[in-house]
Design a protein around this ligand. Structure first.
Ligand SMILES: C[S@@+](CC[C@H](N)C(=O)[O-])C[C@H]1O[C@@H](n2cnc3c(N)ncnc32)[C@H](O)[C@@H]1O
Length: 288
């Protein structure tokens, strides 16, 4: 398999090709169940038509690429692009929907690769939580726009701030008393590549307009999300997000962390299913 075409995002290439990419690949079914409804809202905003061609940026394990191809149908084409080999391997081996059209999964850096891969430009571009990890978002979105036809539709969903998504950040806080403080506490750059890099709507609007997108609309999406029951959510909380990073640094403490994290999740269980309030943006635009 070829390597991503650039080192621009080498830190992220490493991140998504080692433990984190493997964790996403291992827990693909739980993660898909949890975030599927959020992706579906962003997908509907594309107003997809049969026979069209599209790009899925940061397609990960491929659920959204396959879902998009059900909309574009047997004469359409959807290309999923990602830098994570373990996640692309899951994507390539998933069963294809019976009515889906052509689907391709390509290992490439969306910031720098020619995303047409020598073919025709696309009618639309989509992403579910795959566009917040670029070292240079201006360059990345200019590169994405270059691969689109004039007037092509863009839609993506990304997280709002950590404060508005306590389901992601609180599990790390409830185990803080168990974990030794870091020798040199690091100040976090809120704009650094990561899940919350697009927390400010004005940042998204600026990036898209500098990349020559028009008709830009960034609107809040609030939804109760969950992967299943309490045990399913416990697995995800201990592996993904800020607590996942702490747990990987302190595997010897994971058994002790389970009690406080379980206690945090429990009030969100309704009829056996976890439902936690999530706060996102859905950004839509058109290419010039
Ligand atoms: C939070 S995951 C979301 C995966 C998938 N879209 C989903 O919803 O299940 C972020 C994804 O973005 C990918 N990614 C990060 N930087 C990228 C880049 N420069 N080019 C392409 N993909 C990238 C990661 O490898 C990862 O699969």
């Amino acid at each position: 398999m070829s390597s991503p075409t650039t080192t621009a995002n080498s830190g992220q290439v490493e991140y998504w090709n080692t433990s984190v990419g493997q964790i996403w690949a291992e827990h693909q079914a739980l993660l898909d169940r949890k975030i599927k409804p959020l992706g579906e809202i962003a997908m509907k905003a594309l107003r997809l038509q049969r026979g069209t061609r599209g790009l899925d940026i940061g397609c990960g394990c491929g659920q959204t690429t396959l879902d998009l191809s059900e909309w574009t149908g047997p004469t359409g084409l959807v290309t999923g692009v990602d830098i994570s080999r373990p996640m692309l391997e899951i994507a390539r081996n998933r069963p294809r929907p019976s009515v889906a059209g052509a689907v391709k999964f390509v290992e490439a850096d969306a910031q720098t690769a020619d995303l047409t891969f020598g073919g025709e430009p696309y009618d639309f571009v989509f992403s579910r939580f795959g566009v917040m990890f670029f070292e240079n978002p201006d360059a990345a979105f200019a590169n994405i726009r270059k691969a689109l036809k004039p007037k092509a539709r863009l839609s993506f969903v990304c997280w709002r701030s950590p404060e508005e998504n306590p389901w992601m950040t609180e599990p790390a806080k409830v185990v803080a008393h168990l974990v030794p403080p870091p020798a040199q506490p690091q100040a976090q750059d809120p704009l650094a590549p990561g899940p919350f890099a697009f927390a400010e709507a004005s940042r998204i609007t600026g990036i898209l307009s500098r990349a020559k997108f028009i008709n830009i609309d960034v609107r809040p999406l609030n939804m109760q999300i969950g992967a299943g029951g309490l045990d399913d959510q416990l697995i995800l909380s201990l592996q993904i997000g800020p607590l996942g990073a702490i747990a990987r640094a302190h595997p010897e403490l994971v058994a002790e962390m389970k009690g406080p994290v379980r206690d945090y999740i429990r009030p969100f269980v309704i009829d056996g299913k976890v439902k936690m309030p999530a706060a996102c943006w859905v950004a839509t635009a058109n290419a010039t």
